[in-house]
Design a protein around this ligand. Structure first.
Ligand code: FES
Ligand SMILES: [Fe+2]
Length: 410
């Protein structure tokens, strides 16, 4: 139980050390364009992002695109079967090359403007009427790459050429799931939502169940809002580098978060007796909600588009073998969560509106919001860190290795 009643609150806009003496972030952090751009730069463009599944693009030329802030990123399987990531930006005059969010079996990527053509591995292979250009070589004008790696069947991407590897950044989180076979899961359903709310309001909402009794009576029946425990914090003990979260336990003898409370599906491979009594919820900074249920995995990905607009992708994954059984029907989980999602987005949109009021000066945390407090402290600390401008690698500047080497020797 959190201690309450410490009399002196920190100055407005600060996030204090003690939950009982904290104000929330001020309204500007949910509305201000400059703060939003800084958050993109500090967090979204310097973290490993979970962008989708490897099995979404099984064949050469299959691709999907995702937008984060002002960036559009393209993930495509090459003819060599490698998945690569690129900025979706033509090297000629900057046009977005691909307009669709997904597609299959492209032979090449052709910019619609003047038909510069790139291979599925990102090389510029066609650029009409450039033969007589001076100091121009197609080799140096391939698509700008982003780093890509995989874990658990998921594709992860980082825009930070000089940042840590996926394993270095995410290893502690991955180490929580050694007994599960996430690669053996398949997408059972996806819902995409356009939400008029700042990404941090959505993150805060995921970080507490204080709202569950009034907002989610259906969820609260199956896992009571006071059940479970937190097992990871960004800033306090037990400390984790880039995720927080915990678990909630089923009331009565319920077995999953489905309409009836009782799932007909077997538990995922690796589930222990203890796992089967709970749902694990993790907020993986900055944009992934990872919710592991006994019989399915649900992930939300936040794609912030502006200070007050976020695209949210919600995916439900089931065991591939279970999905092939006759009568497989994910709707008992999907429809319930779709309702819960909409309940959340609705109240988050109202919060977004309220925080713009001139009357809003930040509030106080209840004893049920230690993870919201933790998240805000984390944001405040990360925003205070010096923003070191890292040297761009040759790859990011679009130079070939040989040309970069030549430049270094000059
Ligand atoms: S902008 Fe792409 S070919 Fe001209
Ligand atoms: Fe909720």
């Amino acid at each position: 139980m959190e201690k309450v009643g410490v009399p002196k609150a920190p100055a407005r806009g600060e996030v204090g050390e003690h939950l009982s003496a904290s104000t929330l972030l001020t309204g500007a952090s949910f509305w201000d364009d400059a703060i939003f751009l800084e958050e993109l730069e500090r967090f979204f463009f310097r973290s490993w992002l979970n962008v989708g599944r490897s099995d979404q693009i099984p064949d050469p030329g299959d691709f999907f695109a995702r937008e984060v802030g002002n960036e559009s990123l393209l993930f495509i399987r090459g003819k060599d079967h490698e998945v690569r990531g690129f900025y979706n930006v033509c090297r000629h005059r900057g046009t977005r090359i691909v307009g669709e969010t997904e597609g299959s079996k492209l032979g090449s990527l052709v910019c619609p403007y003047h038909a510069w053509t790139y291979s599925t591995e990102g090389r510029l292979v066609g650029a009409p009427h450039t033969e007589r250009l001076v100091d121009f070589s197609k080799e140096e004008y391939g698509l700008r790459a982003v780093r890509v790696d995989t874990w658990g069947g998921f594709v992860w991407a980082s825009l930070d050429d000089a940042g840590p590897t996926l394993g270095e950044e995410m290893g502690e989180f991955f180490a929580r799931f050694p007994r599960f076979d996430f690669e053996g899961l398949r997408l059972g359903a996806r819902r995409t939502y356009e939400v008029e709310a700042n990404w941090k309001i959505l993150g805060e909402n995921y970080s507490e169940c204080y709202h569950c009794a009034p907002i989610h009576p259906e969820l609260n029946r199956i896992t009571h809002y006071t059940s479970g425990a937190y097992t990871a914090y960004f800033m306090r003990e037990p400390r984790a580098p880039n995720f927080n979260g915990g678990f909630m336990e089923f009331s009565k003898d319920y077995t999953s978060m489905v309409w009836s409370g009782y799932t007909k599906r077997p538990p995922l491979k690796g589930m222990t007796e203890e796992d089967r009594r709970r749902v694990d919820y993790y907020f993986v900074f900055p944009h992934l909600f990872f919710s592991l249920h006994p019989d399915y995995l649900m992930v939300h990905r936040l794609w912030p588009r502006s200070p007050h607009h976020t695209t949210i992708e919600c995916d439900w994954y089931f065991d591939a073998g279970v999905m092939e059984t006759q009568g497989f029907d994910p709707s008992d989980a999907v429809d319930l969560w779709d309702l819960i999602n909409r309940q959340d987005w609705s109240v988050c949109q109202r919060t977004q509106l309220g925080t713009r009021s001139r009357a809003w000066r930040g509030g106080r945390f209840s004893g049920q919001e230690s993870q919201v407090h933790d998240f805000e402290r984390f944001i405040a600390a990360r925003m205070r860190e010096p923003l070191v401008k890292k040297p761009r690698s040759p790859r990011r500047r679009g130079l070939s290795r040989s040309r970069a080497a030549r430049r270094r020797t000059r």
